[in-house]
Ligand binder design. Structure first.
Ligand SMILES: *[C@@H]1O[C@H](CO)[C@@H](O)[C@H](O)[C@H]1NC(C)=O
Ligand SMILES: *[C@@H]1O[C@H](CO)[C@@H](O)[C@H](O)[C@H]1NC(C)=O
Ligand SMILES: *[C@@H]1O[C@H](CO)[C@@H](O)[C@H](O)[C@H]1NC(C)=O
Ligand SMILES: *[C@@H]1O[C@H](CO)[C@@H](O)[C@H](O)[C@H]1NC(C)=O
Ligand SMILES: *[C@@H]1O[C@H](CO)[C@@H](O)[C@H](O)[C@H]1NC(C)=O
Ligand SMILES: *[C@@H]1O[C@H](CO)[C@@H](O)[C@H](O)[C@H]1NC(C)=O
Ligand SMILES: *[C@@H]1O[C@H](CO)[C@@H](O)[C@H](O)[C@H]1NC(C)=O
Ligand SMILES: *[C@@H]1O[C@H](CO)[C@@H](O)[C@H](O)[C@H]1NC(C)=O
Ligand SMILES: *[C@@H]1O[C@H](CO)[C@@H](O)[C@H](O)[C@H]1NC(C)=O
Length: 891
């Protein structure tokens, strides 16, 4: 091409000289013959969609007017260049008659048919033939081998068939470059190619060539470009390629070569591109001690290479693309790879023998765009450092043994399009910060042990086209509406606790409100719980595994996972703060949270409730256990009831079943149950912490002020009645309270009643047993049929207790009082006596202000009916509610 350039330069000089010497018309017009030839060329074009040849008319002069035609100073057509014009038609044989044609370049049209045989007559003049990207067919003409001056031949991207003629390289001393790529050529690469002593490169890629690697390839001393990619070549390579010192690109990918890889090429000074992928090459990758300083592309993938990934790969400092995938490599990933600062693609995938951890040093590759470590045998966690690779577009760590949590810091990878972590052992929950990766197109977290809900933030990933979280332990409702709803059920399957569309199992209506975020935290409890004091701390299971007790924890946890359908976050509990190293004798516990308002991450539990059960925090002692207040850093407080007795409950399953039922109950006048904890020696029930103490405290206790004026008392009575009515009549099966008393009626900041301790029937001491009285601290509430141990208890027992509450509310007296030491006053009997005497107002609470007497009397009477001796005479709670509502409206 240099020579051709020189020629042009000479031509230009000549023109200048001629113009200086003679009048302007001296540049010869093309001969009539040449115009005819060119118009004939045009006549064989059936379609010229862009009008590229519109200037080619009989009235124009080819040299002056025809676009794409260039003449020499004597008016002879020298070059024809019509690129990407979409010309349809055939190559006119007439061009063969152009006496001075040096260059024919028709790249990127749709010319079909064969190269006319007549073109053989161009053998003395043609330097360059570029017919790339057309639709030409037939054989590659052998006569091109007679073109003594041909420097460049490009027939790529056509449909040439047959073999590459041996004669093609008969006279190729001047040939610099030959491309026959992307055709349908068969047969071998001709040996004669070694004749081309000036050959700088050839590209025979993407054909159907067979035979062996031609040993003559390195004979042209300046050969720098060798591509035989995607053919059916076979045999060995390394032994046939010894002195290709000038090589820049070497691509023999996707053939059937065997034997060893010509690794000697890797150290060549000018090598930039080395691709031997998808052959049948074997052997080990040598310790690459010297590497070409310009080597940017290194692809050994898809062979059967063995041995390890050499640490010396870091000597190839210019590498941008490194693919060792789909081989039989073993060993660990050398952390020296982290030193390849220019790397943008790193693939080691599908080498089942590569193990160990992902080197944290990979985070130092600032420009990394693709990290593909899929289907190795890697263990350990996902290093946080990977989030320093800010330009990552694709991260594939699937099919390994990776554990621990998905680092929340991945949000730093703002360009990420593909995140594939499927088929590992990852646990914890899906970080909601994944929702900040707005460019994500594919997210696959399937087949792990991830728990918790699908963060609603994922709904904002509008560019997602592939999404899969199947086969985990996720729970709760699938975010709706949003992009996630566009995926089919198969993307969510095998998460037993996941519900809502597109899955078929609808979230149960009541549970949907309260159980949107069930989170289970398994707690490792020290064997001995100090009385009243217990520190619950949570920590990462992976931290545990480093410790001595790790094995036990892991195994027991696995067992539990198999039993449990729900997801778990593992935490630890101990009697000593902080539980940095668990001692032997750890006990597995399990903490289940129903409520969305509670922190669901173990870090929050760790920092939030340093002392979950501390005697400083005791707020009450109930019939079945002690109640503690625990506060989180976020300001949320919960009431924790530590059970003293399990009543009839024998197993964890039974307990969890009862608690599950509790979690499903929801009424504005019930204290919501927010979760529970089970271990073999400690059981906790977590519920909302209600601010304003209990009705008992206000009526009889320290808080006995005048704040409870009648309106408030009435509202409390009505609210409590509604809550009990809900338990009796709206819940299937019916829930009995069996422990209604003023200490169980809590008041919120608006003095609204919140009934607590409901639904614990099975946890109460066996009804009718001796110990009953002991547990019912205020005997006055207990219906006579219960106290008499007749065991015929029913919802009417609750009605009786509520009746006592009504009396208590109006009179301000305790159900059973002993003003003097000798005398015991039972409230019910006392009110009855007073009413019979006819002066009801005598028993009103003296502190009451602003009341309507008629209302008080109605309520007192209701209280007496509710406390009838015979259960059948007592009204149902639904009737009670109705009556109370009518009391209010009628006054
Ligand atoms: C090309 O054009 C010439 C003259 O215009 C005509 O004779 C010949 O048949 C054409 N060839 C084809 C293949 O159409
Ligand atoms: C053929 O022409 C096209 C368009 O200019 C060019 O891209 C291609 O490199 C040429 N072929 C060779 C071998 O130079
Ligand atoms: C080339 O090889 C491919 C794959 O083996 C085959 O499908 C195709 O038919 C072959 N083409 C020719 C022209 O032999
Ligand atoms: C070109 O190579 C072929 C085969 O290698 C050989 O037979 C032939 O003599 C060579 N021609 C020239 C001119 O060197
Ligand atoms: C490497 O390339 C440079 C510049 O392209 C060239 O001057 C030098 O001769 C080449 N080296 C070899 C060994 O071919
Ligand atoms: C390479 O690995 C594949 C699949 O893992 C296996 O079938 C093959 O036998 C291995 N080959 C060698 C040479 O180890
Ligand atoms: C996030 O990226 C910034 C640079 O933009 C970097 O300084 C920081 O360390 C990265 N954070 C993490 C957690 O990797
Ligand atoms: C994630 O996105 C949310 C909402 O766009 C934003 O408030 C939050 O700061 C982001 N988080 C990070 C870590 O960038
Ligand atoms: C989604 O993809 C489109 C086109 O691929 C792109 O222009 C757009 O920025 C992407 N949206 C987000 C939120 O990244």
């Amino acid at each position: 091409m240099n020579t051709s350039g020189d020629y042009c330069l000479h031509g230009a000089l000549l023109i200048l000289l001629l113009m200086a010497a003679s009048p302007p018309h001296s540049a010869e017009a093309a001969s009539a013959m040449e115009k005819r030839i060119l118009l004939q060329f045009k006549s064989n074009i059936t379609s010229d969609p862009t009008g590229a040849l519109s200037s080619w008319t009989s009235s124009n002069d080819p040299c002056l007017d025809f676009v794409g035609v260039f003449c020499d100073p004597f008016g002879a057509v020298q070059r024809i260049v019509v690129h990407q014009a979409g010309l349809i038609g055939v190559l006119s044989s007439s061009l063969a008659s152009l006496p001075s044609l040096q260059s024919l370049s028709l790249f990127g049209n749709s010319l079909s048919g064969e190269i006319p045989a007549s073109y053989g007559s161009l053998s003395l003049t043609l330097h360059k033939l570029n017919l790339s990207r057309n639709a030409l067919s037939g054989e590659v003409p052998a006569f091109l081998g007679q073109f003594v001056g041909l420097r460049l031949l490009d027939l790529s991207y056509n449909s040439f068939t047959g073999q590459i003629p041996e004669e093609l390289f008969q006279n190729c001393v001047k040939t610099r470059y030959v491309s026959l790529s992307h055709n349908l050529l068969t047969g071998p690469v001709p040996d004669s190619i070694g004749n081309c002593t000036n050959l700088a490169g050839f590209d025979f890629s993407f054909n159907n060539l067979t035979g062996e690697f031609p040993p003559q390839i390195c004979e042209p001393p300046t050969i720098s470009y060798v591509s035989l990619r995607s053919n059916h070549l076979s045999g060995t390579v390394a032994d046939k390629i010894s002195n290709c010192e000038s090589l820049d690109l070497f691509d023999i990918g996707s053939n059937s070569f065997v034997g060893s890889v010509p690794f000697n090429l890797v150290s060549l000074v000018n090598i930039t591109y080395f691709n031997v992928s998808w052959n049948k090459l074997d052997g080990q990758i040598p310790e690459i001690s010297s590497c070409g300083k310009r080597l940017g592309y290194f692809d050994l993938s898809g062979n059967t290479l063995t041995g390890t990934v050499p640490a010396g790969i870091s000597n190839c400092g210019a590498l941008r693309f490194l693919d060792l995938g789909s081989n039989n490599l073993t060993g660990t990933i050398p952390n020296t790879i982290g030193g390849l600062k220019s790397l943008s693609v790193l693939r080691l995938s599908d080498n089942g023998g590569i193990m160990g951890q992902i080197p944290a040093e990979l985070g130092g590759i600032d420009l990394l765009q693709v990290l593909d470590l899929g289907n190795l045998d890697l263990s350990g966690g996902i290093p946080e450092t990977l989030s320093q690779c800010r330009f990552l577009l694709e991260m594939d760590l699937s099919g390994n043994q990776l554990q621990g949590e998905i680092p929340a810091s991945l949000y730093n990878l703002t360009y990420l399009k593909i995140l594939d972590l499927h088929s590992n052992h990852l646990n914890g929950s899906i970080p909601s910060t994944i929702g900040n990766l707005t460019n994500l197109e594919a997210l696959d977290l399937s087949n792990n042990s991830l728990g918790g809900p699908i963060p609603p933030s994922l709904s904002g990933l509008t560019n997602l086209t592939h999404f899969n979280v199947s086969d985990n332990n996720l729970s709760g409702e699938i975010p709706n509406p949003g992009i996630l709803q566009t995926f089919s059920a198969s993307a969510f399957m095998q998460n037993p606790l996941l519900c809502g569309p597109p899955l078929n199992n609808n979230c149960k209506r009541k549970r949907a409100q309260r159980l949107r975020l069930p989170v289970i935290i398994a707690i490792v409890a020290a064997a001995i719980i100090l009385v009243g004091v217990c520190i619950v701390c949570a920590m990462n299971i992976s931290a545990y595994k480093k410790g001595g007790g790790g094995k036990v924890v892991e195994e027991e946890e696995k067992e539990e996972e198999e039993d449990e359908e729900e997801e778990e976050i593992v935490a630890s509990e101990s009697t000593q703060p902080p539980p940095s190293v668990p001692s032997s004798g750890v006990i597995i516990g399990k903490l289940v949270l129903f409520s969305k308002s509670l922190p669901s991450r173990y870090e929050d539990w760790e920092t939030g409730t340093k002392a979950l059960l501390d005697k400083e925090c005791v707020v009450g002692t109930g019939s079945i256990g002690t109640v503690y207040k625990a506060s989180f850093e976020s300001g949320v407080s919960i009431a924790v009831k530590k059970l003293d007795t399990l009543g009839q409950i024998r197993t964890q399953d039974e307990f969890e079943q009862e608690m599950g039922r509790l979690g499903g109950l929801s009424h504005p006048n019930l204290v919501p149950c927010q979760g529970y904890y089970w271990s073999s020696n400690m059981q906790l029930i977590l519920s909302e912490f209600v601010q304003n103490a209990s009705l008992y405290d206000h009526l009889h206790g320290t808080r006995a002020h005048t704040e409870l004026f009648w309106d408030r008392r009435f509202k409390i009575a009505l609210g409590t009645a509604r809550a009990i009515s809900y338990l009796h009549h709206d819940c299937v099966p019916q829930v009995l309270h069996l422990n209604i008393k003023s200490t169980n009626i809590l008041l919120d900041e608006n003095y609204e009643a919140k009934l607590s301790d409901y639904g614990l029937g099975k946890l109460l001491p066996i009804l009718g047993s001796f110990e009953l009285a002991k547990f019912h601290t205020a005997v006055g509430y207990v219906a006579p049929e219960l106290a008499s141990q007749s065991l015929r208890y029913s919802d009417k027992c609750d009605v009786y207790s509520f009746g006592v509450i009504l009396l208590e509310t109006v009179t301000g007296r305790k159900p059973v009082d002993s003003p003097g030491t000798a005398k015991v006053v039972v409230l019910r009997d006392y009110v009855r006596e007073v009413l019979e005497e006819g002066i009801a107002s005598d028993c009103f609470d003296r502190r009451l202000r602003g009341f309507v007497e008629a209302e008080l009397i109605q309520v007192l009477k209701l209280g007496l009916v509710c406390t009838s001796e015979v259960p059948a005479k007592r009204p149902s709670m639904a009737e009670v509610v109705q009556f109370l509502e009518s009391v209010r409206t009628s006054s």
